[in-house]
Design a protein around this ligand. Structure first.
Ligand code: ADP
Ligand code: ADP
Length: 227
């Protein structure tokens, strides 16, 4: 459903992605690993149009993400993203944070949006905090709300950019548990993470990047048997 064809990405003179050729299939859980600065985050940001590619083609369901005629907002409805630093609205409650985009972008009624938001909060085990403000929650709780917010748009794929890197160790497992549950339910996920336990347990494939290149792209079991 997502295809990189000879993709190059430059920031000025800096060559951040080098001849990327990758396919992500529906229902796949792919973990992306590699040293800091290797282009992992750039790759995710190109998929949801936060960054433009410089050369090549990036297709989602056959549609060219970076074509002039493509409506990037349509792409973003189908491609949810969870960031390292949650990016929740601090002056809105948990419930309001999740209802906002479905009401604005998908034109859901308030009642529908609230019903959906509660359903997704239950899925991430956060329904009890629906009236809380983000600042009163732990990082792990905020991240689970960010995941619920992503789900509320009904995306075909969820991208995760180091979702547990900014968390206190004791809250990481709750976030990983939610991600494992989504993976089991068949969600298509591309996950940049250092959590090798998650990769081993959940990923169908592991991609290793270094210096803007894909050095390895293997099914999980051979990858770990053959380090
Ligand atoms: P990773 O996610 O693997 O840590 P990134 O994709 O964030 O790597 O960054 C890859 C390289 O591109 C880094 O050297 C980074 O400094 C550079 N880079 C990322 N974003 C920008 C930008 N907006 N402008 C210039 N350089 C950038
Ligand atoms: P994260 O680890 O949360 O992805 P980064 O430090 O990689 O955060 O990047 C945060 C923001 O800074 C991104 O929007 C990225 O494009 C930008 N950025 C990263 N490296 C550079 C750089 N060398 N020059 C300019 N902008 C950069």
């Amino acid at each position: 459903m997502i295809e990189f064809k000879n993709v190059e990405k430059y920031y000025g003179d800096f060559h951040a992605l080098k001849n990327i050729n990758l396919t992500f299939k529906k229902g796949e859980v792919v973990v992306v690993i590699g040293p800091s600065g290797s282009g992992k985050s750039t790759m995710l940001r190109c998929i949801n149009g936060l960054e433009e590619i410089s050369e090549g083609e990036l297709l989602i369901e056959g549609q060219n993400v970076h074509d002039k005629n493509t409506n990037i907002n349509e792409i973003r409805k189908n491609v949810g993203m969870v960031f390292q630093h949650f990016n929740l609205y601090p002056h809105k409650t948990v419930l309001e944070n999740i209802m906002l985009a479905p009401m604005k972008v998908l034109k859901r009624s308030k009642e529908e949006a609230q019903k959906d938001a509660e359903k997704f909060l239950e899925k991430v085990n956060m329904l009890g905090k629906k009236d809380a403000y983000p600042s009163n929650l732990s990082g792990g709780q905020q991240q689970r709300i960010a995941i619920a917010r992503g789900l509320a748009m009904g995306p075909d794929v969820l991208l995760f950019d180091e979702p547990t890197s900014a968390l206190d160790p004791e809250t990481i497992e709750d976030v990983l548990d939610v991600m494992k549950k989504l993976a089991k339910e068949g969600m298509t996920m591309i996950v940049v993470t250092h959590e090798m336990g998650f990769a081993r347990e959940v990923a169908d494939r592991v991609i290793f990047m270094a210096d803007g290149e894909v050095l390895e792209d293997r099914e999980t079991i051979p990858f770990f048997e053959n380090p």
